[in-house]
Ligand binder design. Sequence first.
Ligand code: BES
Ligand code: MN
Ligand code: ZN
Length: 511
Amino acid sequence: MTALTLSTSAAPGLRADAIVVGVAKGSASTSGDLVVAPGAEAVDDAYDGKLAGVLETLGASGAEGEVTKLPAPADFKAPLVVAVGLGEEPEEGTAYDTETLRKAAGVAARALAGTKKAAFALPVADADAIAALGEGVLLGAYSFDVYKENGDAESKNGKAPLAEAALLGGKPRDKEYKAALERAVAVSEELNRARDLVNTPPNDLDPAAFAALARTAAEEHGLKVQVLDEKALVKGGYGGILGVGGGSASTPRLVKLSYTHPDADKHLALVGKGITYDSGGISLKPAGHNETMKCDMAGAAAVFAAVVAAARLGLEVNVTGWLALAENMPSGSAVRPGDVLRMYSGKTVEVLNTDAEGRLVLADALWAASAEEPDALVDVATLTGAMMVALGNRTFGIMANDDELRAAVHETAEEVGEPAWQMPLPEHLRKGMDSPTADIANVGERMGGGLVAGLFLREFIGDGIAWAHLDIAGPAFNEQGPFGYTPKGGTGTAVRTLVRLAERMAADELD
Ligand code: BES
Ligand code: MN
Ligand code: ZN
């Protein structure tokens, strides 16, 4: 991963391969002309104050995502200046918002792949800005090339990721700045680990392999870990996880990761959908719908990353992560449409569609998590195509049995720069899941399918527990081109929301 440093050096004398500056569309007060963003004054001076004009000549507009490269002034040690668009200049007296900085740093870091060292001369108003730039660089420079065998290490995915980034204006001796950067590094490293897990092909990441990684990480970070294997799941009566995992040669697991702080008085429980591959089972998905289904464990990956990040940050809150791991495959031992499963909660479920498997594994994990009576219970799942239809592929849906928790999750997601939207759980959709045979069926009305799934999950939440459900089917896996600090493939969505939620609980900002 890219090495980050805070630097007070001035751009001209810096030994680097490139200097990154920001360029924005001027506000009314600057008559709408292109403006060079604060932080790059020394660079602009070296162009005799004409950098904005030079960039305009080169066709720059200041739009977000735009990259313009130009030769550095002759007396600079660095040969290249990279101008990254910041969108509209903020109004006078206001700073650039953190998400704008995060995205710009991500775009620049990606544009600098193949470069050894870059200095970022972007606007730094406070420690939050440094954190955003740090996250943007680490997340934007990410690449997954474990399986690229052709070429040398450098050229595996085209170019090696940016090796080193110096953040200018970053007060290296200021405690607050240092802490902000350390947090950014811990969260980004874990988020990138979640991306790696999502990108790892399903033949190399089955439930047992995922559980083994959880064990290793738990040892490294002092977490308690408990892994229920198939035998233990049978003994415990986890009918949902066993039903879904029954068709696969790779047996299912339920992993419980616990981070505890001696002074904590709050407990956050996180549950992740961990379908290491979703073929649909006997209700098999057609070709065209199964090529990216290695991503169906993105919820479990996000939960895993968030628990480890909480431990690395030493948060004063207890965080338990439950990973519901299974592979959904068709075979002679697979669950059939028409089968009835007895779930861990004791409820019976008629499985009418084996492709609605996520809710079955989650139901068992949610009930197990409920037994510990956490202060809040949050699940994360690539649960429904319907949520993608509703919200597109960059926004996750938030459903809950508690208005305050739903609003708090939404607010938290906005704060960290993860697009999310609150969705309802309309009572009238519940009866579509009435089953003539069992307590409930695993599918209901097609319309509002994402909400139906949420209503199903709600049946497996313990009494009086505040629960929120994040359907990340849209943003979990980016099939289009990279944008901002988001790469192609696994995105790590929800990790930052979960970590921030744990921090807010530790600070008693949630009740
Ligand atoms: N894993 C899928 C949902 C999904 C689809 C995630 C596309 C990411 C991208 C889930 O298990 C599923 O198959 N859901 C079904 C539910 C239906 C059978 C009620 C769906 O959405 O079609
Ligand atoms: Mn499915
Ligand atoms: Zn699935």
